[in-house]
Design a protein around this ligand. Structure first.
Ligand code: OSB
Ligand code: MG
Length: 361
């Protein structure tokens, strides 16, 4: 049995700007587990800098190699690994990468595609697009293309002070589209006037306006605004989801399996959110085709009811490291049908993009 960790760097077609910074390439940590004739893969959603959350690629390499991988040498079920791994306080992204590796492994052993192995019921999912910040003309151009391709909703990144320019500019051009905005924690409660001004743009929801780990002020804000609040960064576990729902901090949750520590806890967060009457969709972290395939499998769950950020990677990369990247047809993506995540690695591209490789065991 072997476990390897690769650092793969793929440049983006164009830089992706959020309120916390600009990324021009995806620096992905890819895990590979070889056991007999089964090879499983997964991807850690961290990047080079700890600006979406506190984890980054370097902290993840340490946690995966020294802390979490010894807990999975006996190839436990993902649920068993989850209960072992949760004894460590935090580091969800590092833990999630190994948890998802076990999902791919065990679904390959069972011969079932991952979405079915997880109990998913959909034969296709609805896809939205996340548009990074840029000049309003460039953003409008990308939205124009996306609408022609049939994306089911448009999410735009915003930051404090640019809400009128971006959301007003888009609403002037597209008064009727399903529009959402993601502030990535750029506002505080001192910005109440700006936040209330966002209500006029009739967003389906406003994603993560306040601090990355806040629930209490989001619950106050949710009572002031007519726009529903969606939480992303703040929802890191089923316990957090339960509390958020209980105090009304959000009515929508963006599930990212990589942020929640994997698929076991993501399924639980989905169930909790729907039980409280909330809406759920599956987000992304600009993953390669490997990480993307876990998000698509998760989105096949019957409780996921809003379109996700599961755009095919041709939006972001010229060439992916998988041979069979997802293709979108009029806003729909079909899950892979081969066992596990169902991706075929493009080894030539993988090697060309590889920056480093570590053998863990
Ligand atoms: O907040 O959803 C986010 C990308 C990097 C970091 C944070 C976020 C995002 C996205 C990208 O919005 C969505 C995608 O992967 O398509
Ligand atoms: Mg977000």
């Amino acid at each position: 049995m072997e476990l390897r960790l690769y650092n793969i760097r793929i440049p983006f077609l164009y830089p992706f700007t959020t309120s916390f910074g600009t990324e021009s390439a995806r620096d992905a940590l890819i895990l590979e587990l070889i056991d007999g004739d089964i090879t499983a893969y997964s991807e850690c959603v961290t990047s080079t800098n700890p600006d979406y959350g506190y984890e980054d690629n370097q902290t993840s390499i340490h946690l995966i190699r020294d802390v979490f991988s010894p807990m999975m040498k006996d190839l436990p079920t993902p649920q068993e690994f989850n209960s072992r791994g949760r004894k460590i306080k935090g580091d969800n992204m590092a833990r999630g990468a190994l948890e998802m590796l076990l999902w791919d492994y065990h679904s390959k052993v069972s011969g079932k595609p991952l979405d079915k192995f997880m109990g998913g019921s959909k034969d296709h999912i609805e896809v939205g697009l996340s548009v990074g910040m840029d000049t309003i003309d460039k953003m409008a151009g990308r939205i124009e293309d996306a609408l022609k391709m049939g994306y089911k909703r448009i999410k735009v990144k915003i930051e404090k002070g640019r809400e009128k320019e971006i959301l007003g500019g888009i609403r002037d051009r597209y008064p009727d589209i399903v529009l959402t905005a993601d502030a990535n924690s750029s506002y505080t409660m001192k910005d109440m006037d700006l936040l209330l001004s966002i209500d006029q743009y009739e967003l389906q929801y406003l994603e993560q306006p306040l601090n990355f780990d806040d629930l209490v002020y989001h619950s106050r804000l949710a009572r002031e605004m007519s726009t529903p609040i969606c939480l992303d960064e703040s929802i890191t576990s089923p316990e957090k989801a339960e509390k958020a729902m209980e105090i009304g901090a959000c009515s929508v949750i963006n599930i990212k399996p990589g942020r929640i520590g994997g698929l076991t806890d993501s399924l639980e967060v989905t169930r909790i959110c729907r039980e409280h009457g909330g809406h759920v969709w599956v987000g992304g972290m600009l993953e390669t085709g490997i990480g993307r395939s876990f998000n698509v499998a998760m989105a096949c769950n019957g409780n996921v009811d809003y379109p996700g950020d599961t755009a095919p990677n041709s939006r972001y990369f010229k060439k992916d490291i998988v041979m069979n990247p997802f293709k979108m047809d009029r806003g729909h993506i079909k899950p892979n049908t081969k066992p596990g995540i169902g991706v075929e690695i493009d080894f030539q591209e993988f090697t060309r993009r590889m920056e480093s490789a570590i053998r863990i065991f």
